[in-house]
Design a binder for this molecule. Structure first.
Ligand code: ZN
Length: 66
């Protein structure tokens, strides 16, 4: 298995909460669903959506949120 991608753990603080995320290949990885983001800000917005319960299911379309 090739290991040319460096996994790096970084800490993001949001609203008093400490969130530990993995930075993989220069991208920030969501600890909940492994989605990748280019900037910590994008990831943070995504994590906030998780926190609000908007992204419970990975594969379920958001059609219920009407
Ligand atoms: Zn996610």
């Amino acid at each position: 298995m090739m290991r040319d991608q460096q996994d790096e753990h970084i800490i993001i603080e949001y609203n008093g909460s400490i969130i530990r995320v993995t930075k993989q290949g220069g991208l920030y990885k969501c600890p909940y669903c492994n989605a990748l983001f280019y900037t910590p800000k994008d990831l943070l917005h995504h994590i906030v959506a998780h926190a609000k319960g908007l992204l419970n299911a990975q594969r379920e379309p958001a059609s219920r949120w009407h």
